[in-house]
Design a protein around this ligand. Structure first.
Ligand code: A2P
Length: 292
């Protein structure tokens, strides 16, 4: 059980107004503090632009913000004194002092068109009630854990692959990330170079984490859709694993609606059953996914 990860009751009076909020339209928001009820106002600590379509950012974290690795929360900006927010998975593990998020950039997207211009020191709104189904407690115990994600669907797994409990519960943890292009494989170098050498997690990561990046629109070491890699058996064959077995293996799924639908159909056809925290199963799906 990820003991430290339980959702703690929120303390009253969490709303904070930061003096530099003007940059994100926060001056007005602070005057109308009631609109921001339910949100912490955090500072942007760093921003990393992976591609013209993808970026990640770190923020400060309220000590009262508690989450289970794999969960999402509402993130956004104060616009005209009201929160403009979308669901974002937390990409950082729950023991870190900061929070990290991975986002797409859509030029005409109401939130991401603004969010992508964020600068260090800006203020972002972070919903105080993280939730979501990509959590260990929604899965039955098992042998190998498959984390399947496309695009920014990688985010919740960046939290989970840094959770020691994940390695304690499963023999192998298979992180499968599908993108159109190689440059969109965010965190690739972190996953292949830094994490295996992490002071605390390195040993578990080296023994148990298998990373399978695949791209669909240019040549690469692995190519093709995740669904194809599963149905053809290439995924397990290339990784030297036994065939995926619903009786023993567990699966998490996060990505675009089309991806979710196709993988869910595939899972059901393989006799996997969908889990939830009140009824753990052999696979779980995250439906919250930012597209604009
Ligand atoms: P493809 O290039 O064949 O569409 P996107 O950026 O559109 O969200 O796609 C991210 C990755 O997910 C791409 O590699 C894309 O492959 C793949 N993908 C999109 N839809 C599906 C689906 N229904 N099943 C499996 N993979 C998908």
């Amino acid at each position: 059980m990820p003991g430290a990860a339980r959702n703690a009751p929120k303390l009253p009076g969490q709303l904070k107004c930061h003096p530099s909020g003007e940059q994100s339209g926060m001056a007005e928001a602070c005057l109308h503090g009631a609109f921001m009820k339910g949100y912490d106002e955090e500072k942007v600590l760093s921003v990393h632009h992976w591609t013209e379509r993808l970026f990640s950012f770190r923020t400060t974290r309220s000590p009262s913000f508690r989450f289970d690795n794999g969960q999402f929360t509402m993130i956004g900006l104060a616009v005209n004194g009201k929160p403009l927010v979308r669901a974002y998975s937390v990409a950082s593990p729950n023991y870190e002092e900061h929070l990290e998020f991975l986002s797409i950039k859509v030029p005409e997207g109401p939130l991401t068109s603004k969010l992508q211009n964020m600068q260090v020191g800006d203020t972002v709104l972070i919903g105080q009630k993280p939730t979501g189904t990509l959590v260990l407690d929604a899965l039955l115990p098992g042998r190998n854990l498959y984390l399947l994600g496309t695009g920014t669907g990688l985010a919740p797994y960046m939290s989970l692959v840094r959770d020691p409990d994940v390695y304690a519960r499963f023999e192998k943890v298979v992180l499968v990330h599908g993108c159109r292009f190689v440059k969109e494989l965010a965190y690739h170098d972190y996953l292949t170079k830094e994490l295996p050498n992490d002071e605390f997690l390195g040993e578990d990561v080296r023994a148990k984490l298998l990373y399978y990046p695949t791209v669909t629109r240019e040549p690469y070491e692995n190519t093709g859709r995740i669904t194809t890699a599963i149905t053809s058996g290439d995924l397990t064959k290339k990784l030297g694993l036994p065939a995926i077995d619903p009786a023993q293996d567990r699966v998490m799924i996060c990505g675009s609606p089309a991806f979710l639908e196709d993988v869910k159909t595939l899972m059901l056809s393989m006799s996997f059953d969908e889990g939830a925290t009140n009824k753990p199963g052999s696979f779980v799906i995250e439906k919250a996914f930012v597209q604009r």
